[in-house]
Design a protein around this ligand. Structure first.
Ligand SMILES: Cc1cc2nc3c(=O)[nH]c(=O)nc-3n(C[C@H](O)[C@H](O)[C@H](O)COP(=O)(O)OP(=O)(O)OC[C@H]3O[C@@H](n4cnc5c(N)ncnc54)[C@H](O)[C@@H]3O)c2cc1C
Length: 793
């Protein structure tokens, strides 16, 4: 066995083998994989081997498309068979909401180049004749769906990796991973120790145990899962061609042909977590005992949907565990706070996602960044607040909702409330309807009177419409207040702070008492942050950005930190309020002896507000005259009472995130992870206007940004007014220009102030004119859209 290797991948399931292959594919051959038993000794061997592209997250869907297309390549490289059955698959919709979801997915696929198709019940009956189409409104057909041989595919990845120079040691259990002071790792196995630069945890069912060896907690949990293989069925073996897959979300089942019969699996409500206190090391090639009790209702439903099943005998039951993260997406990338420790875990659909996970991880490690935004699967999307007590109920919820409709405005209830600010009970008593961001309760809007305390999940306008309108108008016409708790906040101090910020941020770093807006770029010039930088003193700065990206941003800061600079995440140690609207100054004047009138736009000033020492910034994300007032959480309630009491005679109104998102549309303000994400550049999204091209210090991403400035960007962000009825743009809807799909929406919504439906979209530069007219496809319907160039003031 080698004792030195550039990378050690722990775990020889489909994911570990894919990572190993992709490392070699991208040029690293000094890489090895350690497997405690034989390859495929975790979840992999008992998988049903199904694959599909459908995923609510567009980037995940694209990576699933990559994974599926990769299998042919693997077969060609290795001469091995992956046992591919490209039979296609149809997802059924038995109510309008499910059908809406499929229509929305189909619309996204148009721009992604995926050849899916909406099919009628009659077409479903032809494509998948075992389906009883009674009550079915339609379906989404995907020709890429299919299944494969899980072991064959894993061994093909392994062979391809070996052909690229990788080594694989089986029967080699890793028992310790110890980091040296220089950041490299000793991977201790039962057969000796390997010194390595990078460790990849691909431990699958044992990922938690492997992570704990490095002092890491990964939020994932194994769940039991069961599928049934039937005896021969004449309606199946009598066919000329293989029966396609059928996903029946109403019955929480997936069905496909297996030999001369069928195979059907369930995501049952009476699901069960497995190995709550840890995965036993002696678990391997055994299955869990059959358990029909927990799937009785599912089977009964399946008999109605697929009547041939009722007569078919059961040939085999496969009941095994596999892991899920709280949101069902994989946990991939560099683990924050652990240099050169990588996660390739929580992959619940290894045969749809394994290839994409391997590719992203290899790019990240070798090239420093991935080719597309990986936030949906980035291990950093969970912060250090995460723990097993949260993970377990969330994983159960995710399993149960696997086949449920996911709505854009949906707030999932499990494990909440978890993290709250001192304002929680005050706002709750005022009618707050809550959402959760990065584990923190955030007000979406305030219900009044008889209005329900629950927003109806919908693809169309919800019951929050009137409340949102009220709050928007409260801000625009008078003054509104909300919390500033859900900003990520960082304190940057030290002699080298200014120079470091000049290097890490593309924009200008302000003088004392001022703030500036700036993007943070990756070396390839892509957006990895959208920040406000406030200068509090010669060597002291406060940064604000997205609350949900704290671990993502801290990981980047840590990676690029310089001597003489300290960066602290103070997101939860610094809270406060935003007041915005034409009467915001008048309100602030009532509670301070300072003179807010003397604050210019983008000024920053320490100020005693009421009896609380605050930091006040004259800026507002609603685009109105406004102030962000930051304080210590222990003072927040006192600050609230003073502002609220002073604001009552003026008609001060609290507002939530729904109103904030509507208000920003009026001003054409982009939003992090919608318009501004690692998929896009500063020039594409207009953030290049904040780049300080002439500053002396070379900032990260400058060369790429300069190149784009010289050559121009292929696409640009534009704003449309859309003639919709009851549904607005969410994201990724295709933009049709002259009958062709030319662009896609980044976000949108209803502007309650302008009373217009607004969409922001990326469109090729050559199509853009001031009077550009287009059509935007929302839920399967085309709506005319006109470009607007002036924000609603
Ligand atoms: C019943 C069932 C049906 C499924 N059907 C499908 C399907 O149709 N389609 C689909 O895409 N997915 C399906 N899955 C999920 C799929 O099995 C997983 O997504 C996939 O197998 C995960 O692979 P992995 O490599 O991450 O983990 P695993 O397969 O668990 O592999 C982890 C490997 O790491 C090794 N290991 C762990 N610790 C150590 C250590 N300390 N030292 C050395 N080696 C170690 C283990 O021995 C193991 O081989 C199904 C799962 C189940 C249970």
């Amino acid at each position: 066995m080698k004792t030195n290797s550039r990378v050690v991948v722990i775990g020889g399931g489909v994911v570990g083998c894919s990572v190993l292959y992709h490392l070699t594919k991208l040029g690293w051959s000094d890489v090895m994989l350690l497997e405690r038993s034989e390859l495929t000794s975790g979840s992999t061997w008992h998988a049903a081997g199904g694959f599909h592209t459908l995923n609510g997250d567009t980037n995940m869907a694209a990576l699933q498309g990559y994974t599926i297309r990769l299998y042919k390549e693997l077969e060609e490289i290795t001469g091995m068979s992956c046992g591919l059955h490209h039979v296609g698959g149809v997802t059924l919709a038995d109510n309008q909401e499910r059908f809406d979801m499929l229509l929305a997915e189909r619309a996204k696929h148009r721009y992604m180049g995926l050849e899916t198709e909406i099919v009628s019940p009659e077409e479903i009956a032809k494509i998948a004749p075992v389906t009883n189409i009674e009550g079915i409104l339609g379906g989404l057909y995907d020709p890429l769906d299919g299944h494969l041989d899980p072991s064959g595919t894993t061994y093909a990845y392994a062979k391809a990796a070996r052909m690229g120079g990788a080594t694989i040691d089986i029967n080699t259990k890793v028992i310790e991973t110890n980091q040296r002071s220089d950041g490299t790792w000793d991977v201790v196995t039962e057969r000796g120790t390997i010194h390595t630069e990078h460790v990849v945890n691909a431990g699958g069912l044992w990922a938690r145990e492997v992570a704990a060896m490095a002092g890491v907690y990964l939020p994932l949990h194994p769940m039991e899962h069961q599928y049934i293989v039937t005896d021969d069925i004449p309606e199946i073996y009598g066919r000329d061609s293989e029966h396609p897959h059928v996903m029946d979300p109403a019955g929480e089942s997936y069905l496909r042909q297996e030999g001369r019969g069928l195979c059907i699996g369930f995501y049952e409500q009476r699901c069960r977590p497995w190995a709550v206190n840890g995965t036993p090391w002696d678990f391997g090639h055994e299955l869990l005992p059959d358990d029909f009790d927990k799937i009785t209702e599912s089977i009964e439903f399946a008999y109605k949907r697929f009547p041939v099943l009722e007569k078919a005998g059961v040939k085999n039951v496969i009941h095994g565990p596999f892991t899920f993260a709280p949101d069902g997406n994989p946990l991939v990338g560099p683990v924050p706070g652990k240099r050169n420790y990588w996660s390739a875990c929580g992959v619940m659909a290894g045969f749809s996602q394994g290839g994409g996970v391997g590719l992203m991880l290899a790019q990240w490690m070798i090239e420093g960044e991935t080719e597309r935004d990986t936030m949906a699967m980035d291990v950093a999307r969970f912060g250090d607040w995460i723990n097993p007590g949260y993970t377990l109920p969330k994983v159960i919820e995710n399993y149960q909702k696997r086949f449920s409709v996911s709505y854009p405005n949906e707030e999932l209830p499990a494990a909440r409330p978890l993290r709250t600010t001192p304002m929680y009970d005050i706002f709750d008593n005022m009618g707050a309807v809550w959402g959760a961001q990065y584990g923190l309760e955030v007000v979406n809007y305030f219900a009044e009177g008889e209005e329900p305390r629950f927003e109806t999940p919908s693809f169309r306008r919800s019951n929050a419409f009137e409340a949102t309108r009220r709050e928007v108008m409260g801000v625009r016409e008078n003054v509104g207040i909300n919390e500033t708790h859900n900003f990520g906040k960082y304190r940057v101090t030290g002699e080298g702070a200014r120079d470091w910020l000049n290097h890490i941020m593309a924009g200008c770093i302000p003088e004392k008492g001022r703030l500036s807006l700036t993007s943070m770029l990756s070396p390839k010039g892509r957006l990895i942050g959208d920040f406000t930088v406030s200068c509090l003193g010669e060597h002291e700065f406060q940064l604000t950005a997205s609350y949900g990206s704290q671990a993502f941003h801290m990981r980047w800061f840590d990676k690029n930190i310089a001597d003489g600079v300290r960066v602290e995440n103070i997101s939860d140690r610094c809270t406060g309020f935003q007041i915005a609207g034409p009467n915001a100054t008048a309100l602030l004047q009532k509670v301070t002896r300072d003179d807010p009138e003397t604050m210019r736009f983008l000024d920053v000033r320490p100020m005693v507000v009421g009896m609380v020492e605050c930091l006040v910034q004259r800026v507002s994300y609603t685009g109105d005259l406004g102030y962000e007032i930051y304080c210590d959480p222990t003072d927040q309630r006192a600050l609230w009472h003073q502002l609220w009491a002073a604001g009552q005679p003026m008609g001060l109104r609290p507002f939530g995130m729904r109103a904030m998102m509507s208000l920003r549309l009026d001003k054409f303000f982009g939003s992090w992870m919608r318009e501004f994400s690692p998929d896009y550049t500063a020039a594409e999204t207009g953030l290049d206007r904040f780049i300080s091209w002439g500053k002396e210090i070379e900032f990260i991403g400058k060369a790429a940004a300069v190149r784009e400035r010289q050559n121009g960007s292929d696409r640009k962000l534009v704003v449309f007014k859309v003639d919709t009825d009851d549904a607005d743009v969410v994201a990724y809807e295709p933009v049709w220009i002259n009958g062709q799909v030319k662009g896609f929406c980044t976000s949108g919504g209803y502007s309650h102030y302008a009373q217009k439906s607004i969409a922001m979209a990326l469109v090729p530069g050559e199509c853009i004119t001031d009077t550009l007219e287009a059509e935007i496809e929302i839920l399967g319907k085309m709506y005319s859209a006109k470009r607007i160039t002036t924000p609603f003031l």
